[in-house]
Design a protein around this ligand. Structure first.
Ligand code: NAG
Ligand code: NAG
Length: 308
């Protein structure tokens, strides 16, 4: 089935060729032959012209291109075999040769800021730099009208497309991988134009001012919440430690006495000009007991008074 389709397709293509060019392969060969003969005659005439006007013709025939340039030569409209000439001196025949210089140096293109709608519907302004160079001079002249202009337009649209496919947080955090992806896409597309994309760098991603403010507020709130939780956890731990300490001190009265002496020690170290008078903690206990007794007595009195 598929074979039939392919055959049918081939036949129709041949028919189409015959129809358009008004003849079969015989006719086409004849035309090519005529072209070749005509070309040879013209080449011989051009050589004759060069020889006749000898010393002066040299000024016209020898051309120079710089180390970083190549010359693509067309003889009677056909690409000269052997590819692009240069660097240095090359030879052209007057009247029948035309040539184009191609610069092989790396060029920098600053993509102007592009307003892009990201995948999560935020408008951002993105700009980037593209570094590219001509890798095949012949192809860059023969396959595309203006290789540089085409590359630049393509770089702009590729940037927009890539940014449109990603959410904002990815654009902000994964610039490196976005650059790599864009470079790969561009390089692949410009291969047929003899252009090699060396590097793509995302320069800047600018957010709308309102969004900036909202994001700052969000970050601040998140940080504040975290600080509160940490402080609360600290309080919890401290209170537990305090309870344990008070339990230990309450268990043995000597511990409180030791703690008291320790405090005195600390004070004497910090403020050694202060005179410290140690007060036995037992005296305090006496006062406490006396107060308790007084309260008990007062209670008993009032009860007695009530009964009366
Ligand atoms: C440029 O491309 C042409 C056609 O694909 C090829 O024949 C030629 O070898 C290439 N030149 C270089 C320097 O790669
Ligand atoms: C108090 O202590 C400091 C060091 O902590 C010491 O230089 C100073 O001489 C001390 N003063 C007295 C009165 O002991």
């Amino acid at each position: 089935m598929s074979t039939a389709i392919i055959n049918g397709h081939n036949n129709s293509t041949e028919d189409f060729t015959k129809h358009v060019f008004g003849g079969g392969p015989d006719n086409a060969e004849k035309v090519v032959e005529e072209n070749k003969t005509c070309g040879k005659i013209l080449t011989v005439l051009a050589w004759g012209l060069v020889v006749l006007t000898m010393p002066f013709s040299l000024f016209v025939c020898f051309k120079v291109v710089q180390e970083y340039e190549r010359a693509v030569i067309f003889r009677l409209g056909r690409l000269l075999s052997g590819g692009a000439k240069g660097p240095g001196i090359f030879f052209i025949l007057p009247c029948i040769d035309a040539y184009a210089r191609v610069d092989l140096r790396t060029r920098t293109y600053d993509i102007p800021p592009q307003e892009v709608l990201t995948k999560d519907s935020v408008t951002v302004s993105v700009d980037a730099v593209v570094y590219y160079r001509v890798s095949n001079a012949t192809v860059s002249i023969a396959n595309v009208e203006n290789a540089h202009h085409s590359t630049r337009l393509l770089a702009q649209t590729t940037l927009r497309n890539i940014m449109g496919q990603r959410p904002l947080h990815e654009i902000l955090s994964e610039r490196e991988s976005i650059s790599q992806h864009m470079k790969a896409l561009l390089d692949e597309a410009t291969d047929s134009w003899g252009i090699n994309v060396e590097r793509v760098e995302i320069k800047d991603v600018r957010l709308p001012v309102q969004l900036q403010r909202a994001m700052a507020a969000e970050a601040e709130a998140a940080r504040e919440a975290r600080a509160k939780v940490i402080a609360a956890e600290g309080e919890q731990k401290a209170s537990r430690a305090l309870r344990e300490a008070s339990e230990v001190i309450g268990d043995s009265p000597a511990a409180l006495q030791l703690r008291y002496l320790q405090t005195l020690n600390t004070i004497s170290a910090e403020k050694n000009s202060t005179i410290v008078f140690p007060l036995p903690i037992d005296m305090l206990t006496y006062f406490v007991k006396a107060k308790e007794a007084a309260t008990a007595k007062a209670n008993a009195n009032s009860m007695y008074g009530n009964k009366e």
